[in-house]
Design a protein around this ligand. Structure first.
Ligand code: RTP
Ligand code: MG
Length: 176
């Protein structure tokens, strides 16, 4: 008996097509799942001006009342170099020096928040960068001092939320 019978080519093709279809489907499911997780997460900071004035509790309550779940949280302090790194996208802007000195002046509270469409939902909750333009009831409208000292930071995209969360937290500090 011949143990080395060749496998017909059409059997090989059908098997390969089956494996490829299976893995492509799996990959698509995984990509959809990853995108869903990413769009549910944002990174935020309670800035020095708000921590200094004892507003951390009020702001965390506003965040909670707006339906966000806290997935990571810590009190920390940025060095001037860390502030420069974090806000490097603004390095050419005239307010960069003022911004990085302010952000490293005293402790901040950093957090990762979860909610559907977290990035845009959080930016709605905090309001315009300049508190004089921020809608009534938004966090910046209620607490910010000025356009520079505006009490809170929120990521501006899903990609940046991931980068910023990883800047402040190790994987085991984020409880998803
Ligand atoms: P953030 O990144 O802190 O959430 O603020 P944002 O998106 O609303 O505003 P962005 O344009 O990214 O600016 C970053 C921070 O820089 C300070 N800033 N100062 N003095 C000024 O004209 C000025 N403009 C911006 C603010 O602290 C702003 O949040
Ligand atoms: Mg920004």
């Amino acid at each position: 008996m011949n143990d080395n019978l060749p496998v017909p080519i059409n059997v090989i093709v059908i098997t390969l097509k089956f494996i490829m279809k299976f893995t492509t489907n799996d990959l698509n499911v995984f990509i959809r799942f990853a995108k869903k997780i990413m769009s549910n997460i944002t990174f935020i900071m309670i800035k020095p001006d708000a921590v200094e004035r004892g507003l951390t509790g009020n702001i965390l309550k506003d965040i909670n009342d707006a339906g966000f779940n806290i997935r990571a949280l810590k009190l920390t302090k940025l060095s001037i170099d860390e502030a420069k790194m974090f806000y490097s996208i603004h390095s050419e802007r005239p307010f960069f020096d003022e911004l990085t000195k302010f952000m490293s002046r005293s402790p901040i509270v950093a957090a990762v928040l979860e909610k559907e469409n977290a990035v845009s939902e959080f930016r709605k909750l905090i309001g315009d960068t300049d508190p004089s333009n921020a809608k009534e009831g938004t966090i910046r409208n209620k607490y910010a001092i000025s356009k520079g000292e505006n009490s809170v930071h929120g990521s501006d995209s899903d990609e940046n939320a991931k980068i910023e969360a990883e800047f402040h937290f190790s994987g085991r500090e984020i409880l998803l």
